[in-house]
Design a protein around this ligand. Structure first.
Ligand SMILES: [Zn+2]
Length: 337
């Protein structure tokens, strides 16, 4: 049985710390930026500028709902420079890295990184079918994923793309090849190449998803595969909670692409085949916890009935969501010829 079955939202987002982080983020979102410098964008997935009436405002940010592919995205949004300044200087980001990441480091390894490793391993064995030599992790942080990969695949060559100076140094200390910068810039230089490219939970944050996905394709060697995880709008919890979802948090999460939107953008980026998997296990639990927290939701009669059923039914329902690309925890497997 995989370690992921025991995952609880609380373990990776301890409630008291996470509430404090939410408050700081809300405050930052409203006060940090000069909104005059914001830029309007069309749907980052399909390029359409037509939106539905389901858009909403959250903490001073407007989110649009694409009429064509169903993605939701912040527009207008901070310029790339403003976003960099945010990640370097904001109180909420400081709290995230100094308090939450530190306090949950062990749990995150157990609940997030090791299950991710197992999943990548399974995808490689069962779907891709050939063992990659060069593993390139985009946004490698301290290199935990790569070093764990190496412990299972001794022959692997490890490559990290990581913009943070301290984290990049930690990767170097572990003997990895490190490109200290953003993948968009490293792709232009043309030196970083992986037979397997991984990128966990970055896509929802990036200012320009089109440029970002193109860069992911460029750093994927011909014949290679890129495996990307992110949050998606088609997930049960996001669809039900919508603007009340704690995942929709500006300016951190700017892009929630739909399955269709992901297929469009990764194909446009240059990949030859794109598979969307949603192995999420938390959607139902997140909705239940939101209701427990007192969030008012207008649920349909059927949704109320469903949520009133016991654990067994809800677990079966969560499996159904995962098997039908209806969970918000998305894995995208992209092949390059
Ligand atoms: Zn769209």
């Amino acid at each position: 049985m995989s370690a992921v079955t025991a995952i609880k939202e609380e373990e990776i987002r301890p409630d008291d710390l996470f509430s404090k982080f939410m408050d700081l983020s809300a405050n930052d979102a409203k006060n940090f930026f000069d909104q005059e410098k914001f830029v309007d964008v069309a749907c980052p997935a399909c390029g359409s500028a037509t939106t539905t009436s389901n858009g909403f405002e959250k903490f001073g940010f407007c989110y649009a709902h694409c009429d064509r592919c169903g993605s939701i995205y912040a527009s207008p949004r901070p310029s790339p420079e403003e976003l960099l300044r945010y990640y370097a200087e904001s109180a909420s980001q400081r709290f995230w890295s100094e308090k939450i990441l530190k306090q949950t480091e062990k749990k995150r390894k157990q609940s997030i990184i090791l299950p991710a490793l197992e999943r990548v391993d399974n995808i490689i064995k069962n779907i891709v079918g050939k063992t990659p030599q060069r593993i390139l992790d985009v946004g490698a942080a301290n290199g935990t994923f790569l070093s764990e990969w190496k412990s299972r695949h001794l022959e692997a060559q490890l490559i990290a793309i990581e913009p943070g100076a301290k984290a990049a140094q930690k990767c170097r200390d572990q003997g990895m090849s490190v490109f200290e910068g953003f993948v968009e810039d490293e792709a232009e230089k043309g030196e970083a190449q992986g037979d397997l490219v991984t990128c966990f939970e970055v896509l929802e944050h990036v200012q320009n998803p089109e440029r970002f996905t193109k860069a992911l394709c460029e750093v994927t060697a011909p014949g290679g595969v890129a495996i990307i995880s992110c949050l998606g709008v088609d997930g049960f919890d996001i669809q039900l909670l919508w603007e009340k979802s704690r995942s929709i948090m500006p300016p951190y999460h700017l892009n929630f692409l739909s399955k269709q939107g992901m297929e469009i953008i990764f194909t446009k980026a240059g990949f030859n085949k794109v598979n969307i998997l949603t192995p999420g296990r938390l959607d139902v639990q997140i909705v239940q916890k939101s209701i427990e927290r007192g969030i008012s939701l207008e649920l349909s009669r059927f949704e109320k009935l469903l949520l009133s059923r016991g654990e067994e039914t809800l677990q079966a329902f969560q499996k159904f969501l995962a098997n039908n690309a209806l969970s918000s925890h998305v894995w995208i497997v992209c092949y390059k010829n």
